[in-house]
Design a protein around this ligand. Structure first.
Ligand SMILES: Cc1cc2nc3c(=O)[nH]c(=O)nc-3n(C[C@H](O)[C@H](O)[C@H](O)COP(=O)(O)OP(=O)(O)OC[C@H]3O[C@@H](n4cnc5c(N)ncnc54)[C@H](O)[C@@H]3O)c2cc1C
Length: 414
């Protein structure tokens, strides 16, 4: 009989196992793949952006914002840095973003695993947890090969984002449902968005700084600033990823979503007006009779995006500047501040870095035990907590893992 069984050897599970073992518990970790931390090893483009010094509830989804401070009071960013130092991982800050100095996500995985081994945590690999049930005084964990007994169980099986190879198959939702624990609807988060907009020409590879306002006919969903990447049929880049969870949800609810793109985000109205006036003056220069509007705009903005603006306005790219009135040219130039593009879907979970939705925090105690099932704790992406890009999702995995690990060990002692 174990004191604590941790399901899943990812970011949350390994942290939970260490904290439970440090609190004196006899711990077993069951992992369905053949190794620890497969997803963790891919984070931050292999560098592992493990947290962020700019922390607050607004960095997380709206449904988690009220409850999440309780958990960060119990295990903060500072405690995370100390925790990593205690397992030999030195961290450094880059503009608020925290990374291991090693620059290797793999070093984070191996340090977590080594600490588990030092604490004599038992691991079983390549066993898939299929069910958890109450068995007299204990909890029984059934895998595809064995059955284990424990006083407390921590579900840290992750959710749906990332490739199937890293274990992201959402098994736990169904196991939890059998225990009467339900999740809210799930959507991919931190994911590129799809667009069938016909006015986007072959823009593959175009990058531009912009302010994006995602909206439905009824309301604005989110506004984000940053570098957008336009690829055929797809919008990506940090500002797109940041808004993707609310957009994916609106699309799943059958809403029509568009994004208004301001391609001159660093210009305020006065500065932009001055820019427009200078462009209008250029139109009158001698020799402009032969110049097409597309060539005229060359240098004003990216040539592919110039084409998009003209297509949006149903104007021919070969039209001569001399044939365009001053008013028309002004309205073309003003269009760069409000290019509206349709958004038709979110890319698949395979391309997502997080999952929106999951078991809601109001179903949990302050120590991440499920209120209705004593001895059953949850950690990580499985909960209805998804953060912005920048280390917030891993921070949630460390915070929730540490809290659940300590509390499960205490529960097992009772
Ligand atoms: C490409 C990519 C890059 C990312 N980069 C960052 C970043 O830089 N910073 C950041 O903050 N976040 C990042 N994230 C998000 C971050 O990786 C997750 O938030 C985090 O890994 C979630 O931790 P977890 O422990 O809940 O789940 P996971 O890390 O997914 O671990 C779950 C584990 O449970 C195992 N498992 C699943 N089902 C079962 C079962 N039935 N039986 C046994 N084991 C099971 C899985 O195999 C897996 O090992 C990134 C995500 C992706 C996909």
């Amino acid at each position: 009989m174990f004191d604590v069984i941790v399901l899943g050897a990812g970011a949350g599970g390994l942290t939970a196992a260490i904290h439970a073992a440090r609190a004196g518990a006899k711990v077993l970790v069951i992992e369905k793949t053949d190794a620890c931390g497969k997803k963790l090893s891919m984070t931050g483009n292999g560098r592992c952006n493990l947290s962020n010094l700019e922390m607050g509830p607004e960095m997380y989804n709206a449904s988690a914002q009220e409850d999440i401070p309780t958990y960060f009071e119990r295990f903060s960013v500072n405690e995370t840095v100390s925790f990593f130092s205690s397992i030999g991982v030195v961290t450094q800050e880059e503009g608020g973003y925290l990374y291991p100095v090693s620059g290797q996500a793999m070093s984070v995985v191996s340090s977590l695993q080594r600490e588990c081994e030092r604490l004599q945590v038992t691991f079983v690999f390549e066993e898939q947890v299929k069910a958890v049930s109450y068995d007299d005084e204990a909890l029984a964990v059934s895998t595809d090969r064995n059955r284990y007994a424990s006083r407390a169980v921590i579900f840290a099986t992750g959710a749906l984002s990332g490739t199937k190879k890293c274990g992201a198959t959402g098994d736990a939702y169904y196991i939890l449902e059998k225990l009467g624990i339900f999740s809210t609807e799930r959507y991919p988060a931190l994911v590129p968005l799809l667009s069938n907009d016909e006015t986007l020409p072959e823009v593959s590879g175009v990058r531009a700084f912009a302010t994006l306002t995602f909206m439905t006919p009824k309301k604005d969903l989110a506004a984000e600033y940053g570098e957008v990447q336009f690829t055929k049929g797809m919008l990506s880049g940090i500002p797109v990823l940041q808004a993707s969870d609310v957009v994916a949800k609106a699309l799943a609810l059958g809403e029509e979503v568009t994004v208004r793109v301001d391609l001159f985000p660093s210009y305020d109205d006065d500065l932009y007006e001055a820019l427009v006036l200078s462009v209008l003056e250029r139109k009158e220069l001698p020799g402009m009779e032969r110049v097409s509007i597309l060539d005229f705009l060359n240098g004003f903005h990216n040539s592919y995006l110039n084409e998009t603006v003209l297509r949006k306005m149903k104007l021919s790219t070969s039209m001569k500047v001399k044939n365009i009135s001053r008013e028309m040219l002004r309205s073309i130039l003003m269009h760069y501040r409000r290019v509206v593009i349709s958004v038709d879907g979110a890319a698949s979970y395979e391309k997502a870095q997080a999952t929106a939705g999951g078991v809601p925090l109001n179903a949990m105690t302050d120590t991440l035990m499920v209120k209705r099932t004593p001895g059953v704790f949850l950690a990580g992406e499985l909960l209805d907590v998804n953060g912005r890009c920048g280390g917030y999702n891993l921070q949630w995995a460390w915070t929730s893992g540490a809290i659940a690990g300590k509390a499960a060990a205490e529960y097992a002692k009772q």
